[in-house]
Ligand binder design. Structure first.
Ligand SMILES: Cc1ncc(COP(=O)(O)O)c(C=O)c1O
Length: 324
């Protein structure tokens, strides 16, 4: 558990990352929201608190004993935490690759965690389970529009405040449910249609191909990304492509290398998807530099921190098998 356990959700630190500016272009700046400072250590506290709060106020939890969710691990801990706060139980379906740290944290909050093998759809498993009894409430982060609404009203508004009237030229985020990129992206576009909304996507994900309509099937790669919580094999309901301007691919190895770089140069311990976001943000910064742009602000998010992946980041065998 991180040091901010007793704090409330949101109002997370906003960090300028000078080491990511292209050489000789210190006014092409990259900023990141440090979402590990939320109570259970990730951005997903925002949606769990918001969705359960809204469901409660609409009476949807009146006959409910148990919250059910499918999650790559961060939402799992958040749902378990906020369900317990409401005196509710939780059952969470996670993909097999979910880190030990995330599973342990979720179980610590009293959730029953069910690991689903990679050849099965863990979202469908949660859906099937939740429909089996009227006392279950499926939060459904992939399809529930309150997910992206939480980010529009929460982290999106905070980014505007953090920027203090300065323009946001580009916003970069990898996606899973799409809640972050679609919610924040919609708000930034509403303020300035010129803001570039850029989705970072692992090589094995279908989102790039779906966005550019290259292929129509799922499972384009037999090998799933090693990074938890990013990329998808189908397009979830919360991934609103009309908000997105571009999708940029990255390799798992480059994303993880970026994690170590930020530890060294910024004294930051960031999670796997944060490495991907920092990597693609720096690729975008280099493009602006090559175009001869002088003053540019690029904003990204660091959804969680390195402590959620300690067992992987310290495992040389895991590091060696990353696709480059
Ligand atoms: C660590 C991590 N990064 C990024 C994301 C993607 O965020 P979103 O679901 O809002 O697209 C997730 C979602 O599961 C996540 O757990």
């Amino acid at each position: 558990m991180n040091s901010k356990t007793n704090h409330e959700v949101g109002n997370t630190p906003f960090r300028h990352l000078p080491s990511l500016s292209p050489q000789g272009h210190s006014n092409i700046k990259i900023f990141a929201k440090l979402e590990s400072e939320n109570p259970t250590g990730s951005i997903k506290d925002r949606i769990a608190e918001y969705i359960l709060g809204k469901a409660h106020s609409e009476g949807a939890l009146d006959k409910i004993t148990t919250i059910v969710e499918a999650s790559s691990g961060n939402t799992a801990a958040s749902v378990a935490f906020f369900a317990a706060r409401r005196g509710l139980k939780s059952v969470i379906f996670v993909p097999e690759k979910t880190s030990r740290e995330k599973v342990e944290l979720t179980e610590k909050f009293g959730a029953k965690v069910i690991r689903v093998s990679l050849d099965r759809d863990y979202m469908q498993a949660a859906r099937d389970f939740s429909s089996s009894d009227g006392c279950y409430y499926l939060m459904d982060q992939y399809e529930n529009p309150w997910n992206r609404e939480a980010h529009y009203k929460g982290i999106g508004q905070e980014i505007i405040e953090n920027m203090r009237q300065e323009p946001v030229h580009a916003f970069v985020a990898a996606g899973s449910t799409g809640g972050t990129i679609s919610g924040v992206g919609a708000l930034l576009k509403a303020i300035n249609t010129d803001t570039q909304i850029i989705l970072a996507d692992p090589r094995s994900s279908v989102l790039y191909d779906k966005f550019y309509k290259l292929k129509d099937g799922a499972n384009v790669s037999a090998k799933d990304t090693a990074l938890e919580g990013v990329g998808k094999r189908r397009v979830p309901g919360n991934m609103i492509f009309s908000v997105v301007d571009r999708v940029i691919k990255f390799s798992d190895k480059d994303a993880v290398d970026m994690i170590f770089k930020l530890t060294e140069y910024e004294n930051l311990s960031i999670g796997l998807s944060s490495g991907a976001n920092a990597l693609v943000a720096s690729m975008v910064a280099n493009e602006y530099a090559q175009e001869g742009q002088d003053v540019i602000n690029i904003v990204t998010v660091f959804p969680d921190a390195g402590w959620k992946y300690e067992s992987k980041l310290s495992d040389q065998q895991w590091l060696n098998q990353l696709e480059s």
